[in-house]
Every structure is written in C-alpha cells, then in structure tokens.
Design a protein around this ligand. Structure first.
Ligand SMILES: NC(=O)c1ccc[n+]([C@@H]2O[C@H](COP(=O)([O-])OP(=O)(O)OC[C@H]3O[C@@H](n4cnc5c(N)ncnc54)[C@H](OP(=O)(O)O)[C@@H]3O)[C@@H](O)[C@H]2O)c1
Length: 344
C-alpha cells in the first residue's frame, strides 16, 4: 500500500466515501426501525384529529389511535358517515369523539372557511397532540391530462393539497401553544419509489407536494417540539384500489388497512419519512435497483392497461338504447360513477 501511487489512493478514498454515503441512509433508517414506538398520549397529548376517517386507512388509523387511548376529532365530508364511524369507535373503545363536517374540496370558499372555523371551535381547549392528514382522492385516474374534465383535477388538487395545507395551518397553533405535537401526512409510494407515475400525473403530483411540504415542516417545527412525518403507503386494500388492479397484484405485496395502520402508528414521531410494513419496505428497496428508464417503460404500459380497463368498464356501464349513450359514442374517461383504478 505504501508503494501505491497517489492516484490509486485518491481513487480508493473516493470510493470509500461513496460507499459510506450509500450505506449511511439505510443504516440511519435501520436505526429508526429499531427505536421503540412513542407513547402518543404521553409524548404529544390526549386528542388527535384525523381527516378522512370514514373508510380505508383513515378509519383504521382512527380505530388504532382510539385503541391507544386517544380521543378523536374526526373530519370528513359526510355527516352520516361520520356519525356511523364515531359510533363504531365508541362501541369498541372508551374514548371521546367529536365530529366536524368538512368537504376539503371547498377550502378557501365561504363554506370551507365556515367549516375550518368549526374545526377551530371543536379543538378549543383540547390537549391536542396529533394530526393525521389522511383524506385524499385519486380520481380522475388512468387518464391522459387532456382527457378528463379539468374541474375534477382542480377538485383533486383542492382536497389532496390545498385542504391538507389549510387543516395543518388550523391545527398548528394549538400544538405550538403547548410546545409539542405530531403531524402525519399520508403520501403515496408513487413519490418515493418511481421516477414517474404517468396517467395519474395530477394525483402523484399532489402527493409530491405533500412530501416536500412534510419535509420542510419537519425542519421548520422540529425545534418547536412538533414532529412532522410523511408516511408512504404502497398498495393497501381499500376502496382506492379497483378490484381489477387488486386481482393483478401479488397478494403478499398488498397490506390490509389494519395491518398497515398498526405499523404506521408505531412509527409516528420517528423520523421525517416512513414506509410502514416489511412487505412495503421490501417493495421500496427493490424498486431502488431498477433504472429510471425501465420504471418509465413499465409504468406507462401498466397504466395504459388500467386506462383500457377503465374505458371498457365505462362502456359496459352505459346501457345501450337508453338514449344517453348512442352505440359507438366515446365515453369521457374520468367522470364519476365508473370503475375506479388504483393510484399508489
Ligand atoms: N389504498 C392504497 O393503496 C393507497 C396507496 C397510496 C396512498 N394512499 C393514501 O392513503 C390515504 C387514504 O386512502 P384510502 O386508500 O384509505 O382511500 P379511501 O378508502 O377512499 O378513503 C379516503 C377518505 O377520504 C375522505 N374524503 C374524500 N374526499 C373528501 C373530501 N372532499 N373532504 C373530506 N374527506 C374526504 C373519504 O370520505 P368518504 O368516505 O366520505 O368519501 C374517506 O374517508 C390517501 O391519502 C391516499 O392517497 C392509499
């Protein structure tokens, strides 16, 4: 080694630094995996706000938090669904539940402002420790941008991005007052595992916003006692996945909502980013080995298949001869009522 030329030693050092940098991330993540889950009640407070708690991951997360003894403020767009969810939680767990009707697509309108005012009122005087921004929609999906009604994309943006921002801004002052809290923003595997998500472009772009929003808030509020985390589900069995897509997925890669949220709740407060669940982590890890061009090639092919299924479903859903859709008419893809296709 003593006789080795300088260029060789320099290259070896550079290589060693590169390998160390590559290993640092997974090792830091592994260290986080080994951490004990936080006692949410003791670390943050006795109340949690959950958006979109009436189905899928949100419902499951609300149940999990109630199981851990947290009281809940549930926020969703349908009063009857909220009542049903609240009753189901109280039947199983001895916690208090408040409900606030808020259609997130109406934020920054007079009705939305009124609902945000009711949310602030509902949080008054509570020992509020946790916010789970879970609500989102993924329709229109499996469409080219020019194919769907732009108003529906605007609605998606309002719910997934604008609504989440307003709810967070409404909750933060409560946490700042007490100098502690945790915010969980539910994202999507499309933002961390693949370089593109064609035909679900607007959905994955809204989630990319949530990723950046979360990471910057993490840095902004860390010193103020507030932990912000971006949680990334890959495939989870909920209403958001169509049965056609579920049938194509490998079952061991698809978690149930309860499996997912049990792990997700254990991660709260541990780091800025988490992909809960071993199978989901494995998918994340494996996608890292695939070059971007291969991802792009595969994604557009897969999502064009989704598009074909969606269009076929829509055609089948229109009864011939009812006057509403003459034979051969092109049905607008992406309008509500048709079969839903996934967006991870
Ligand atoms: N399932 C997956 O494989 C998967 C993968 C990646 C990411 N995610 C993310 O996980 C989160 C939960 O999704 P999910 O699979 O559980 O979907 P879901 O079953 O469709 O649940 C969505 C929830 O959001 C609520 N919501 C929809 N529009 C709303 C609005 N305008 N205002 C207020 N609430 C509204 C829904 O209320 P209603 O029931 O009243 O409509 C429902 O409670 C989302 O952020 C999604 O992007 C899911």
């Amino acid at each position: 080694m003593e006789d080795a030329p300088v260029w060789f030693i320099s290259l070896a050092c550079l290589g060693a630094v590169y390998v160390a940098a590559l290993c640092a991330r997974p090792l830091a993540y592994l260290a986080l995996c080994l951490r004990r889950p936080k006692d949410l009640l003791r670390c943050y407070g006795s109340w949690a706000v959950v958006t979109g708690p009436t189905s899928g991951l949100g419902r499951s997360m609300a149940m999990e938090l109630a199981r851990r003894g947290l009281n809940l403020v549930l926020l969703d767009l349908d009063a009857a669904n909220l009542q049903e969810t609240s009753a189901a939680i109280k039947a199983l767990h001895a916690v208090k539940v408040k409900t606030v009707v808020l259609d997130l697509s109406l934020v920054a309108t007079p009705q939305g402002d009124e609902a945000i005012r009711r949310l602030r009122e509902a949080m008054e005087g509570l020992d509020l420790g946790l916010l789970v921004n879970n609500a989102a929609v993924n329709t229109p999906g499996a469409v080219y941008l020019h194919e769907a009604d732009i108003e529906r994309f605007v609605r998606m943006i309002r719910i997934n991005l604008w609504g989440l921002t307003e709810v967070t801004a409404a909750v933060l002052p409560r946490m700042l007052e007490r100098g502690r809290g945790a915010i969980v923003n539910v994202g999507s595997g499309s933002t961390v595992a693949v370089p593109s998500f064609p035909l679900y472009t607007v959905y994955s772009s809204t989630k990319k916003y949530v990723a950046q929003f979360s990471r910057s808030l993490y840095v902004e509020y860390k010193s103020k006692g507030i932990d912000v985390q971006y949680q990334v589900p890959f495939y989870v069995h909920t209403r958001m996945l169509s049965s056609a897509v579920k049938a194509k997925l490998r079952p061991w890669f698809v978690a149930t909502a309860d499996e997912y949220t049990r792990t997700a709740a254990r991660w709260i407060g541990n780091g800025p980013l988490c992909v809960p669940g071993a199978a989901q982590k494995l998918q994340w890890c494996l996608t890292g080995f695939v070059p971007d061009w291969a991802h792009d090639w595969y994604r557009i092919r897969l999502h064009l298949q989704h598009r074909a299924v969606t269009r076929a479903g829509r055609r089948a859903a229109v009864t011939p001869g009812d006057g509403s859709s003459p034979r051969g008419q092109v049905i607008t893809v992406g309008n509500s009522g048709g079969p839903k296709v996934m967006a991870g």
